[in-house]
Design a protein around this ligand. Sequence first.
Ligand code: ASP
Length: 762
Amino acid sequence: MPIKVPNNLPAIDILTRENVFVMTDTRAMTQDIRPLKILLLNLMPTKIATETQLTRLLGNTPLQIELELLQTATHKASHTSEEHMISFYKTFDQVRENNYDGMIITGAPVELMDFEEVDYWDELCEIMEWTKSHVHSTFHICWGAQAGLYYHYGIHKHLLPKKLSGVYKHHLDYKKGMLFRGFDDEFYVPHSRNTTVYREDIEAIPELKILCSSDEAGVFCVKSEDDRQIFVTGHSEYDGDTLKNEYERDVKAGLDPDVPEHYFPDDDPTKEPVVNWRSCANLIYSNWLNYFVYQSTPYDIHAIQNEELAPVLQRKSSLTAAKFGGTSLADAEQFRKVRDIIKSDPARKYVVVSAPGKRCDDDEKITDLLIRAAKAPAGEEGREERDRLLAQVEKRIHDIADIVAPEMDVEKIFVEIREKADSLEGCALRDYLASRGEYLSARMLAEYTGWTFMDPAGMIRFDDEGRLDRTATRALLSSKLRNVENVVIPGFYGAKEDGTIVTFSRGGSDITGALVASAVKADVYENWTDVPGMLMADPRIVKDPLTVPVINYKELRELALRGANVLHEDAVAPVRRTGIPINIRSTEQPELNGTLIVQNADFYDSVLDISGISGSKGYASIAIDKEGIGRSSGAHQALMDLLGSRGIQVAGEQITTDSISIEVEARPLRDEIEEISREIQHVVDADDVTISSGLATIAVVGRNMADKSSVAVKVFEALANEHISTRFVDHSADSISIQLGVSESDYKKAIRTIYRQFSLIR
Ligand code: ASP
């Protein structure tokens, strides 16, 4: 059990004797994983006993914990030696700049006073406010819980008719909670207090959830919706004799206390109490550390400050344009999810849909079937082929419509589609048929939701050459959508002035969504798909990569250019121009925030050091040696001209005085490596030209990388540890990415290694 505590803390001795593995500062420094930083604000009079009790519980975990102790500056401990306090405790001023994965605020013997009367109340309020931005999860105990519930949620404490002291039977109110995972149906916890909080007061706060309680002792544990605050009213950390010591103290003080309930055998205070709460105490703290701290705290501890931004990321929109992709509408069940999403937020007033997509991996998209139908050759056979494919589409639409839009006359619509198709040919036929998937999808969703269907043929205008007429489109969309709400619009197509249907390139519903969002001046353009947002790395290479919470357009472009599969540039441009953020979200997990793509992400700062890793194989490097070549602009130009004339794209280059190294796509070199090498030699009169293929490039993208030299250090450290050598390294001029080359055989390993270095601890 590794718990790291300051060297010489008395708890070390006690716990070592109990066979609990305590790690001192010195030993922990040699371990190479990030310890969890836990701060303990100890308000108990018996400071050393409390330190020891909590250290024991925090130590019961395979995680490495770094414990710091905090005292209030405005109240001097009177029961603990000054020497102990000075040696081991810090004051708030000494820690306020730090971030902590977890914090415990203990109970205090001040519950008979009003909160405001407590001499350190102002300081405690400042600390509790600070926890919101500097601590990932805060665990409040007894009076600490009452203080927290009062400060954060305005819940008052109430005096009990007599002191509650004893060990009480508890049960779970919420059985699925992680904090009580592994608990028995009934378990025991000591309580020792004169005051209580009322269940109704807690239930009236929607962000709070009661996890468990006791018939005799009342509510025991409450947590905030975001899991970042835990409040427990009892003392599961108490030692076997703590209640006894308190009882004897109160007897001595002449307070005539009742004997603690269900504690001494036969309620006889002369008998030795039997402990029946220790296993629960261990479990609650290890569950807290594991599920509420370790599993969810950011690897970069500074990122805890960004958690306060979470509400900003979810900033309420009053007008949202939402586009749903093909997998989100693949069958009736998916339609139901989409309807629920639309209806769950009244801000979603404009919805753009794709055609029903694949229901499983080997399924076909409706658009693919339609395009195949359009391409069926002329003549009898082609005719049959088209009929067969259209019948297949009709069947799929029927299957959905039967459930979501039973009133829709699917047959009649298909008669019209076939008739119209018969009158068309070439591009007009292809685009008309290809567009019907979106048309039908929108018709069904409109009927299902009771919303208005609006055909983009009258709103998205293409010119005679089939190019999008942006000006006309903007004017048409704005005027037609100005006074209507709750509209479903098919994506992917528009029409020329004469009504001929024209589609965008494949995946074009994203463009429709962006055009609609910008025309109605939406607060946000939601792009609903089957992934929970932009992933930090290719999921085929990295298992379950993290979603990037916020990314700016520049980073997005860089990742796309370097091989990541992200939104098409045309689908970004309309909203980027109008400054509307794009929010990529998953229909399968609508509770997640997804990825927010914004113009300027500075405000958000990066929660993680980097925004993503992308890359691709299939590169080669051309290394040219010649004295002074790096200073000769003529030689450089000649090289570029030569490569340009052969259609060879340059991906990057590094120049030193006597050498130039150029990375290029390997494919155009193919069998001509020797010839190209000779030509280069000839053009620049090189001493040596070496072309080596089998190169993969990797880009590590993030904002303001120049300010974060640690990013480069981390990348190279990680690669070096795995013995992966880099063939070249480059920084983009705008400090948005670091590019590096590795051999193709190291490509996947390198991406995994870099990813691991920047993702959460797991
Ligand atoms: N349905 C079209 C396609 O498959 C357009 C889209 O879904 O965005 O390309």
